[in-house]
Design a binder for this molecule. Sequence first.
Ligand code: SAM
Length: 315
Amino acid sequence: MNDRRAVVQPGSGTRPQEHVSVMAEEIISLLAPVPAGVAADGTLGRAGHTRLSLERLGQIRLMLGLDRDGEAIAACREILEPYAERCRLVHRGYEELADVLIELGIDGLVGVILDLGLSSAQLASERGFSFRPGQPLDMRFDGEGDDPTAAELIAHMPEAELAQRLWELAEVPAARRLAKRLKERSRAGRMETTDDLVAACTEVLGPRVRKMASATLPAQALRMMTNRELDRLTRFLDSIPSILAPGGRVVILSFHSGEDRLVKMAFRRYAATGAFHMPVRKALRPGPAEVDANRRARSAKCRVLERCLPEEVAA
Ligand SMILES: C[S@@+](CC[C@H](N)C(=O)[O-])C[C@H]1O[C@@H](n2cnc3c(N)ncnc32)[C@H](O)[C@@H]1O
């Protein structure tokens, strides 16, 4: 259950605001055979994958760029200015793509990219995604929405459920004791900032767990709960038959074993119907050179699903 992108490791020497797109060449190669039409990047971030797709895939007439983070959308308006005629940015979740297509009068997509998790810009923000001191324990991708923050989630979630989810999402050791401490501190008004989270994790787990700062895994689990990341991914996966055009491909990059399992199971289920197939059966992984250059890439897994053409289904 490792997604070490969840937090900035103090002293790691990274420059987190510079988001380096993961497996970009592989994603472009996987999308190269798609027919002409409209595509979508469901996790726009800083538009790395979108920009490359627009540059290299001439058959993409229009690219929808979605992100739940309004700051990402605003930044990408500038980044994508040179491609403005072929782009449309939408401040919505990728799990809403089916509705977005209806609203925009688009029949189906020839390509969809999802690059799950959070961007380096979010890590560098003041929204509690990193351990930099004094940040509010917010962790919402959509910081402007009215969803509960991570601090509110800890305050309202029953202790047993919190313990179970810490374990399920990130295999947090001593999850029950940690959940108890988080709730105690929350009731005492001491679970409001990243410092409070680090202090609670250090009290229960000590300074390090599996060679990581002890708050790394709990922070990952809390971020995933706060943004309901697995629920949103499941909703998107269920929507694939209603959004993908014949010959179209969905490419998903995940960094967490729970996410990859959902993607793998859904793609296999679709392939078993005969209406879809998996052009590459196993997950693609980044090469050693990419992992050397970008440590965040090391847990990436990339999977692809294609919708068959009508003649292929009939055959
Ligand atoms: C890893 S970054 C994407 C980076 C991007 N591929 C690039 O190359 O610049 C993930 C982005 O997905 C966004 N995100 C996460 N969950 C989302 C959802 N359900 N719908 C839309 N965007 C989401 C985050 O806000 C973040 O900006």
